[in-house]
Design a protein around this ligand. Structure first.
Ligand SMILES: *[C@@H]1O[C@H](CO)[C@@H](O)[C@H](O)[C@H]1NC(C)=O
Ligand SMILES: *[C@@H]1O[C@H](CO)[C@@H](O)[C@H](O)[C@H]1NC(C)=O
Length: 560
């Protein structure tokens, strides 16, 4: 089992686009008003939301459908003129992630969704925030309710600095990340990332018509979405195509998982070729393009496999750590952060729980794809005497019996390998090149989560997007409910407004209630977000230094 497959862990949630209605809000437009935007190639008709006083433009195609002969190829610009009915979300891309279950999926899924305040004209030049969803490269969609943009846009209006928010779909699984010898050396690798890139080009060409400013675009995302943001900074050795002017990486970087060359995914390719009866063809890839859509999906469901971005010598020319060390990245103001206990979501429990150092070494070897020597070095740096994670998180909590006696030690290693070390290194390297960078750690434990998970992976998203009323089936709870509801909502409002400040000014400072957030700089400052008055404070990013430095120094040996 590799880390990448853990990253697809996520939560199925019901679609509730109009949740969170504010009582007493008066519609600004009649119910039957249809917002329309004229693009060069046709008119886009959206849907007006009186609840939010917002215009939605949903399911807008930004590329030719990647079907038939375009399957397993980079996305192609649209080349037709037509009017678009953008009143409903488009299909989700095929994905094996849990959140994709029971969702309408199709290969024809390359669409994006635009949410803007009502009464915005084409000269408004509003800042634009583009969310790239996570889901371990094999799940998720811009339409997932967790990523609902209504509330953050509403906050921006209340602040007097309205923004436009966009969510995008991109190809997942083998549709977006097929590897193998037949892919190596062609342009057909990393198509999921290329989809995102094409969406960013579409936004450059078209967002003005919606009232957006193409020179004030922030890309932001979490987990694989944060890694995607980073890959757009690093792509083609940091080539600046002018697609974005700011970046936010939440619990994800290009260094988070090992990556490798296309040919190492050969067994996946062979399996798919066999399933589609293409093994005996001269051009097996072309044969697989001719296979029915349903066959590829049936294979994906039946066959355990994992996908990730690949070193393709083109869009991804080197390991992320090398590109970052060499300063080969687009230099824009950046926020990079993660959650205190991101790693708890990926720490084995139950029959694979870690109860002694032998098991710990074995787990490290499997998860990080390393040998005994390196695994033993990790165990030395994360010896039993170290405070892992901060004791204050777990004192007196009810813990399940099946998590293993070394759960917290293992989790600290998972967190530092996958999140802390890459985040610290990226912040240091941006700083050393005078790129403004702000670092954060989210340590708020949400309502209803199992105690041992702490402030775990994925949990900060609803705070940033101010989706305060969302049901979370994973914890079977409302993350911001319970006796601390008011504190949760206040934290969420402050975080959403901090992100909005960044979208607008390229600097996160200024939201009510937020202490001054210093740039990372030589002080290695980080904003520690937590609920409760006075609990969000500036901290120092200097904890667990020996272990984290080891992970930074060993990055190339960790294939990332
Ligand atoms: C608009 O259509 C033309 C062809 O008519 C095509 O060349 C162009 O790429 C299209 N633009 C967009 C943004 O779809
Ligand atoms: C757009 O699609 C929606 C839902 O399918 C439908 O109700 C509406 O009438 C359509 N609008 C136009 C202008 O075709």
């Amino acid at each position: 089992m590799k880390i990448s497959s853990f990253l697809s862990l996520s939560l199925p949630l019901a679609l509730q686009l109009s949740a969170g209605v504010e009582a007493g809000r008066r519609p600004h437009r009649p119910q039957n008003y249809v917002p329309q935007v004229n693009l060069r190639n046709g008119t886009v008709s959206g849907k007006y939301s009186p609840e939010y006083a917002q215009d939605f433009f949903l399911g807008i195609p930004y590329a030719q459908p990647p079907v038939g002969n375009l399957r397993f190829r980079p996305p192609q610009f649209l080349n037709t003129r037509r009017n678009i009915n953008a009143s409903e979300y488009g299909n989700w891309c095929y994905g094996t992630g849990r959140e994709n279950r029971d969702k309408p999926m199709s290969e024809d899924c390359l669409t994006l969704n635009v949410v803007r305040p009502v009464n915005v004209n084409q000269f408004a030049k509003l800042p634009v925030a583009v969310w790239i969803h996570g889901g371990g490269w094999s799940g998720g969609s811009g339409a997932r309710d967790t990523y609902n943009m209504n509330n953050i846009v509403q906050q921006s209006v209340q602040m007097g600095t309205p923004i436009i928010a966009i969510t995008i779909n991109y190809r997942l699984g083998v549709w977006g990340f097929l590897g193998g010898r037949e892919i190596a050396g062609t342009r057909n690798a990393n198509n999921g990332l290329k989809d995102q890139r094409l969406a960013l080009h579409w936004i450059q060409e078209n967002i003005r018509a919606f009232g957006g400013d193409p020179f004030k675009v922030t890309i932001f995302g979490e987990s694989a979405g944060g890694a995607s943001v980073n890959w757009h900074q690093l792509a083609w050795g940091g080539r600046n195509d002018g697609l974005f002017q700011r970046a936010v990486l939440q619990s994800g970087t290009g260094m988070m998982t090992p990556i490798t060359w296309p040919h190492t995914f050969q067994s996946t390719f062979e399996s798919l070729a066999t399933y589609t009866a293409c093994t005996d063809e001269t051009d097996r890839l072309q044969c697989m393009r001719n296979a029915p859509e349903s066959a590829i999906w049936a294979w994906a469901q039946a066959t355990p496999h994992y996908v990730s971005p690949m070193l393709d010598g083109d869009m991804i020319p080197e390991f992320a750590s090398k590109l970052i060390k060499d300063g080969k990245f687009v230099r824009v103001p950046t926020i990079v952060g993660h959650n205190s206990d991101d790693g708890t979501s990926f720490t084995p429990i139950g029959s694979r729980a870690v109860n002694d150092e032998t098991q710990l070494v074995s787990v490290m070897k499997t998860l990080f794809e390393i040998n005994d020597n390196l695994a033993n070095e990790i165990v030395t740096h994360y010896h039993s005497g170290i405070s892992i994670p901060p004791e204050e998180h777990y004192a007196g909590l009810p813990l399940p019996s099946n998590i293993g006696s070394l759960f917290f030690r293992t989790s600290a290693i998972m967190t530092d390998h996958t999140f802390t070390a890459p985040r610290r290194m990226f912040a240091q390297e941006l700083t050393s090149r005078n790129v403004p960078v702000w670092s954060y750690r989210f340590k708020c434990v949400s309502n209803g989560y199992p105690a041992h998970l702490g402030a775990t992976h994925f949990t900060e998203i609803v705070y940033v997007l101010h989706n305060t009323d969302l049901w979370d089936p994973f914890s079977s709870s409302y993350p911001m409910n319970g006796p601390d509801r008011a504190d949760y909502v206040a934290l969420s409002k402050m975080m959403a407004r901090t992100w909005i400040k960044f979208f607008v000014n390229g600097n996160p400072n200024g939201a009510a209630g937020l202490p001054h957030w210093p740039q990372y700089g030589s002080g290695a400052n980080e904003m520690v977000f937590d609920k409760g008055a006075g609990n969000t404070v500036v901290g120092q990013d200097n904890y667990r230094a020996p272990g984290i430095q080891w992970f930074i120094d060993k990055s190339p040996r960790l294939n990332r």
